[in-house]
Design a protein around this ligand. Structure first.
Ligand code: DGI
Ligand code: FE
Ligand code: FE
Length: 232
């Protein structure tokens, strides 16, 4: 519990909102004991517990579904299961930051914001997730951070870990509303590039059907990249 409160405090610091005062006089205790413990990467179980307390129940369930699927894909395609687990666990950790906080956080960190992201700041939960994973949860592995950073739009020529997270996010067992899910789940067991392309194809056509859904240029470039790659 103390740790969960501390994480909230750390997030507030990253965004630059005023620090909440501790009415029960325990702040000193936080600073001296918990801060020291937080110097290191938080343990998987501790992060999981914190996310359980801070995410909505459906989002937490989705997160654990992504962990399960990402680990299965890592096993099939020979990727580090540990990295897949951490990337999946933290991929949506910034999902519920208020939009203005996401914008402020990116600006502070010098992370570029595209026009589509400005119009739809929800997209920034990926970039902010990577910032929080590093600064709050203590993840230092650049491959994990990159996978979290690009998990919503993808990026051309993704690493294996990036692709595993991108695909697992879309096909995890709790997802029900996207089209072609059964086919994509089957395809993911033997062709990760084709699965990536099909997901992008469905995402782009879904976004095209929604009026005013600004498509991020990175989404389009990623779609184009995997279209060409899979037509070779
Ligand atoms: O966070 P999740 O819901 O688990 O999944 P996600 O991070 O892949 O986000 C999915 C949403 O993002 C989905 O509604 C499609 C949307 N999206 C992906 N690329 C773009 C986009 N929305 C806009 N407006 N523009 C994009 O380029
Ligand atoms: Fe997401
Ligand atoms: Fe997700």
């Amino acid at each position: 519990m103390m740790r969960a409160l501390f994480v909230r405090e750390m997030i507030a610091e990253r965004i630059g909102s005023p620090r909440r005062e501790w009415s029960n006089g325990r702040k000193q205790e936080f600073d001296t004991t918990v801060r020291e413990q937080m110097e290191r990467t938080m343990k998987y179980k501790e992060i999981q517990q914190h996310l359980k307390e801070s995410l909505k129940e459906t989002r937490f369930r989705h997160t654990m579904g992504v962990v399960e699927t990402a680990v299965q894909l890592a096993q099939i395609y020979g990727c580090s299961k540990k990295k897949a687990k951490y990337a999946a666990l933290l991929h949506d950790c910034a999902k519920y930051l208020p939009d203005q906080d996401k914008i402020t956080m990116c600006r502070r960190e010098g992370v570029p914001i595209s026009r589509a992201e400005m119009e739809n700041p929800s997209l920034l939960h990926a970039k902010c997730g990577a910032i929080l994973a590093r600064q709050v949860y203590g993840v230092e592995d650049e491959e994990i951070l990159h996978a979290i950073r690009v998990h919503t739009t993808g990026v051309p020529n993704m690493s294996l870990l990036d692709q595993i997270l991108f695909v697992a996010d879309y096909i995890e067992p709790g997802r029900t509303s996207a089209p072609n899910l059964d086919r994509l789940r089957e395809l993911s067991l033997h062709d990760l590039d084709m699965t990536t392309y099909r997901i992008l194809e469905d995402t782009v056509s879904y976004l095209n059907d929604i009026k005013d859904a600004g498509i991020d240029p990175t989404t389009m470039k990623t779609w184009q990249f995997y279209k060409e790659l899979t037509s070779l």
